[in-house]
Design a binder for this molecule. Structure first.
Ligand SMILES: [Zn+2]
Ligand SMILES: [Zn+2]
Length: 132
């Protein structure tokens, strides 16, 4: 188990995009979920999330939000900007599926190759023109 390879890769079932789970969830909200159904949403910078804490954090961490907030200055009112959907639509395993990472695929290919090679006990049989 290597931590560097530990990040799981997911695939969007609607458009086939492959990405890490968090980023793919973001893109599902951006591309496939109507804005009124996104669980938590910022009107100011269009930040979307299904995690209330992430929405709070983006106020301090998200560059695009901070730029827009700086323009508003004293007009800024988080209560008006942050929207909680009345009927939220959450991204689940029904929207994105886990796919093997490149490392996993490589490991699998290698073990199959080794198994074939070790299992090769019969001499090479020359194929005749059976199909003709
Ligand atoms: Zn998609
Ligand atoms: Zn924002």
């Amino acid at each position: 188990m290597k931590a560097a390879n530990g990040c799981l890769v997911y695939q969007c079932l609607y458009c086939g995009t492959i990405d890490r789970k968090g980023r793919l969830t973001d893109s599902v909200f951006r591309d496939h979920v109507a804005i009124e159904n996104v669980p938590f949403y910022c009107r100011l910078c269009k930040f979307r999330s299904q995690d209330r804490l992430k929405l709070c954090e983006h106020l301090a961490n998200y560059g695009r939000h901070q730029q827009a907030a700086a323009k508003l200055g004293p007009m800024l009112n988080n209560r008006e900007l942050l929207v909680k959907a009345p009927s939220p639509r959450f991204v689940t395993e029904a929207d994105i599926i886990r796919v093997p990472s490149i490392q996993e695929v490589a490991a699998e290919t290698e073990s199959v190759f080794l198994t074939d090679w070790l299992a090769e006990v019969t001499p090479v049989v020359t194929t005749h023109c059976d199909t003709l």
